[in-house]
Design a protein around this ligand. Structure first.
Ligand code: HAM
Length: 438
């Protein structure tokens, strides 16, 4: 082995999230948890890897995700009692949640299940801004037996209204809700046939990708961003004309409830989404160009999946949900804050304790312990620092500095300087926590 070792880097398409950025991630997650709690959601945490079959059956063999983007490996048996098994890092969390719903018989309670999750997902996509191979989703699933009202258009509208509230509370500007209905499984079958028929005489005029999609999964042609094909695609049959009466009424009821809440939306007949489990309502929230996402302008996506539980061998359990791309949400918030005149200011600690001389280090740590237990945020310097270095270090991270020298230790009267005002005061140690909190 050569002596020189190359330094290892994070794998392509993955990244480290570091402070201070992680403060924004935590802030976003805290707001999401608080909004979800107000709407009666509880958290679910499912495993990060699952049986490969779950995604093949749930998300669909023909989808891009399953056919080319999954991290799949053969997990060897480690004992005679074990079998080798094909496992996959989850590319999304809806299939896992529905698997858990079936496995734990959550439907037996007869109650509507309102679940949310926050966690990493994995897809082997071509990395670019807003598109990673490990990315984070904040998602929600509402499902249950038909008797729990899980099929009601009210649930769709409530989930969409909750998203509007969440994005507003986070301060996302200019979001747009794109809404569509892809009908029942039967409607989709008829529409697929119509699309295939309409594509047959024209597909040779389209790009290679669309020619392939026209064969394997004609609905995917509607997703195409290929500029040269747009005119042809716009001339294809519209799914709205293939919805049966129930799906039509369901979609009208979703829209009426959104209108009643004043949640704006645009009906986009081309929004069919890239996963096979969707039925009826589908949606995406996008942000305007210049919001930091480049071409990846879908902040989140979701929809109804009334047949997914049965596809996975479970009972009838209609449901609806969404997943926000958290990486994209953060990029958007950062870009919009910058455009509005600077990133959100970094929060500084309450105080920096500067021991004068290493022999004062233990006393400094004891004082820090006292203040931290009084709910103050504290950084402790090191006694080997000269006074000037302590002041410079303190000014970078904290709003105030407390000097801890021999005199101070004897008298228990401490010198506190506030950087913003330049004010310097003497405070008795017993009063310090109270004074610093002011
Ligand atoms: P999806 O549209 O595949 O849906 O993903 C949802 C969101 O995750 C996207 O809108 C995007 O913001 C983000 N996302 C997807 N891929 C990447 C990536 N490679 N890098 C960064 N962000 C990405 C689902 O996953 C469904 N499970 C949503 C759902 C829940 N439907 C019903 N319930």
């Amino acid at each position: 082995m050569s002596k020189q070792t190359n330094s290892l880097k994070a794998v392509r398409g993955t990244r480290d999230l570091l402070p201070p950025d992680t403060a924004l991630w935590n802030h976003v997650e805290a707001i999401a948890r608080s909004v979800f709690a107000r709407y009666g959601f509880g958290e679910i945490r499912t495993p990060i890897f699952e049986d490969t079959q779950l995604f093949a059956r749930g998300v669909g063999e023909e989808t891009d995700i399953v056919s080319k983007e999954m991290y799949t490996w053969e997990d060897r048996a480690r004992a005679q009692s074990e079998k080798a098994q094909s496992l996959t890092l989850r590319p999304e969390n809806t299939a896992g949640v529905v698997r858990a719903y079936i496995e734990h018989k959550l439907g037996d309670s007869g109650q509507l299940q309102k679940l949310y999750y926050i966690g990493p997902q994995f897809r082997r996509e071509r990395p670019q801004r807003g598109r990673y191979r490990q990315f984070w989703q904040i998602g929600v699933e509402v499902l249950g037996p038909v008797s729990s009202g899980a099929e009601s258009p009210l649930r769709d509208a409530e989930v969409l209204e909750m998203l509007a509230t969440l994005l507003d509370e986070l301060g996302v500007k200019g979001w747009q809700l794109q809404l569509n209905s892809v009908g029942s499984t039967e409607d989709r079958r008829r529409y697929n046939a119509a699309l295939r028929e309409a594509l047959a005489p024209i597909k040779h005029q389209m790009c290679e990708d669309n020619q392939r999609r026209a064969e394997t999964n004609p609905l995917r042609v509607l997703d195409s961003k290929e500029p040269a094909d747009q005119e042809l695609i716009n001339g294809l049959p519209k799914i709205a004309d293939y919805l049966d009466e129930d799906s039509r009424a369901h979609f009208a009821a979703v829209r009426a409830a959104l209108d009643a809440c004043g949640v704006p939306y645009t009906v986009n007949p081309r929004l069919v989404r890239g996963l096979d489990y969707y039925t009826r309502t589908t949606f995406e929230f996008t942000v305007p160009d210049g919001s930091g996402l480049g071409t990846q302008n879908a902040l989140l996506g979701g929809g109804r999946y009334d047949g997914l539980s049965e596809m996975l061998g479970g009972p009838k359990a209609p449901g609806i949900g969404f997943a926000i791309g958290e990486d994209r949400l953060i990029l958007t918030l950062q870009a919009q804050a910058e455009a509005a005149g600077g990133a959100a200011s970094e929060k500084k600690l309450d105080v920096y304790i500067a021991p004068m001389g290493v022999e004062r280090n233990p006393a400094a740590l004891a004082l820090a312990r006292e203040l931290r237990r009084a709910e103050l945020s504290v950084e402790v310097g090191d006694g080997s620092f000269r006074l000037k270095k302590s002041f410079e270090a303190a000014d970078k991270v904290a709003r105030r500095i407390v000097i801890l020298g021999e005199d101070e230790l004897h008298s228990s009267i401490l010198t506190v300087k506030t950087f913003a005002t330049g004010e310097q005061t003497k405070i008795a140690q017993a009063e310090l926590a109270k004074a610093l909190r002011a």
